[in-house]
Design a binder for this molecule. Structure first.
Ligand code: URA
Length: 237
């Protein structure tokens, strides 16, 4: 692929801007300045430097963010900051999207990608990828409430019943539960349906992928294995 196209595909800006970067000597490949925008490179394991910073060519990106409270999952956030403000511009230029949404006050594992197929594989209603939440409740969770969550509850304006699996009481006001759909405010509405109220909500796991060790607001690129785990695919051992 032409160097100017490579840079553009990786989110460094328009074709024109990338040509300029290259002509200005900002790009190094294998420790050599490459100032010809039309030079061709093989993409497999291509490392390059832009203003001395290392990059690896990626056809698509798969990002895990430890979402803090107070951030909205939209580009045009209205009442809070946008999760996209936590990410560098090269990722935004690639057109990454959130893989499902978390409420502004929900924390924890948020995936983002520019790969439409991957996004579909996690969010399509027929896929039922499990998502594990840690929930703090306003009132102590009763045995009856736990059973109701497991049996399933109806939600206003939604078809069918919504049941949780792996409901575990961690303490009186704290439980862990897994949901298999992703309708609007699902966990909060399920807890309300059994007569309780969510005080705080944290997503701990998507598929088989647990939230990696990240401080709040930090992100990382998923490895191919982590990507598979997020799709609920067991790794070959
Ligand atoms: N369920 C909710 O109610 N809110 C979220 O952010 C995620 C799941």
């Amino acid at each position: 692929m032409l160097l100017e196209k490579i840079l553009q595909s990786q989110g460094f800006g328009s074709r024109k801007y990338c040509q300029q970067l290259i002509k200005n000597g900002a790009i190094c490949i294998e420790n050599q300045v490459c100032d010809n925008p039309k030079q061709n490179f093989n993409l497999g394991q291509l490392h390059f430097q832009v203003f001395g910073e290392d990059y690896l060519y990626r056809e698509h990106v798969y990002i895990a963010l430890n979402k803090p409270s107070g951030y909205e999952c939209s580009h045009q956030a209205t009442h809070h900051k946008s999760v996209f403000s936590l990410l560098p511009e090269i990722l935004i230029h690639r057109g990454i999207q959130c893989v499902g949404r978390l409420d502004q006050d929900t924390t924890g594992l948020l995936l983002l990608t520019d790969d439409g197929q991957y996004l579909q594989s996690l969010t399509h209603p027929r896929k039922h990828v499990p998502k594990v939440y840690h929930v703090t409740t306003a009132d102590p969770v009763t045995t009856e409430q736990k059973q109701q969550l497991e049996l399933g509850v109806e939600l206003r304006n939604e078809k069918g019943v919504y049941a949780a699996t792996g409901v575990e009481l961690i303490s009186e006001n704290h439980l862990s539960m897994t949901i298999h759909q992703g309708v609007y405010h699902q966990v909060k509405r399920m807890l309300a349906a059994v007569g309780n109220k969510v005080e705080s909500l944290h997503r701990h796991q998507i598929g088989l992928l647990e939230l990696p060790r990240l401080d709040e607001g930090e992100y990382l690129y998923l490895t191919p294995s982590q990507k598979q785990l997020s799709q609920n695919i067991q790794l070959d051992v």
